[in-house]
Design a protein around this ligand. Structure first.
Ligand code: URA
Length: 201
């Protein structure tokens, strides 16, 4: 286990250095920096968002603005936290100007970065936060179409849910998002994703 933590952490660090040099699309030139992602290198659950916002671009960390605070609260309510059993990434690693949705070309340009992260992390479960992640990883255009079921791809289980920023705009969707998270937790327990939930919480 200790060996696996070390291997994955080293693999992610090497990839981070590589992604920091990425200029495959124009986003890097306008952003402050690359938001690689963060979390537990041996996470069994990976959360995938859209792309960094202003606060993320400032701090070079994923989901640290208002949407991120909501995500952290939801994780905590489910006995999870971003540094234990969980890893958080985005479809694009550089902030789109004015927080616009990343274009298809930008998503394609960043795909080698995301797919390399997923290859190293090799999670059991990938949670897709919002339409951009759902489109990129499942090829389904709407979250509402994809929610409520599991998609298995190459031994990895994918689940779609609302983006936390959408929950801030539509608080009535929070109950559905909570159901989605509970399904994720139940699945991780079923798959024996030991350590995904904090002990004693
Ligand atoms: N929204 C995202 O999709 N990702 C972040 O990191 C922050 C906000």
């Amino acid at each position: 286990m200790a060996e696996q933590v070390g291997d994955k952490a080293a693999g992610l660090e090497a990839l981070r250095r590589q992604v920091e040099q990425c200029h495959r699309c124009g986003l890097r030139d306008q952003a402050h920096g690359v938001v690689f992602g963060e979390g537990d290198p041996v996470a069994r659950i990976v959360f995938v968002g859209e792309g960094p916002g202003q606060e993320e671009d400032r701090l070079l960390r994923p989901f640290v603005g208002r949407a991120g605070q909501l995500l952290d609260k939801m994780l905590a309510a489910g006995g999870l936290d971003r540094f234990h059993g969980v890893y958080i990434v985005n479809v694009v690693k550089c902030r789109p100007p004015n927080n616009r949705t990343p274009t298809l070309d930008e998503r394609k340009a960043c795909w080698p970065n995301l797919s390399a992260q997923l290859r190293i992390l090799s999670p059991n479960i990938v949670v897709l936060l919002g339409a951009t992640a759902v489109r990129t990883l499942l090829g389904i255009s709407r979250v509402s179409q994809a929610r409520g079921q599991w998609y298995e791809r190459g031994g990895v289980w994918f689940r779609a849910t609302f983006h936390p920023a959408a929950l801030l705009r539509n608080p009535s969707w929070k109950a559905g998002a909570w159901e989605d998270l509970q399904a994720v937790i139940a699945k991780s327990q079923e798959l024996g994703a030991g350590g995904a939930q904090r002990q004693g919480t």
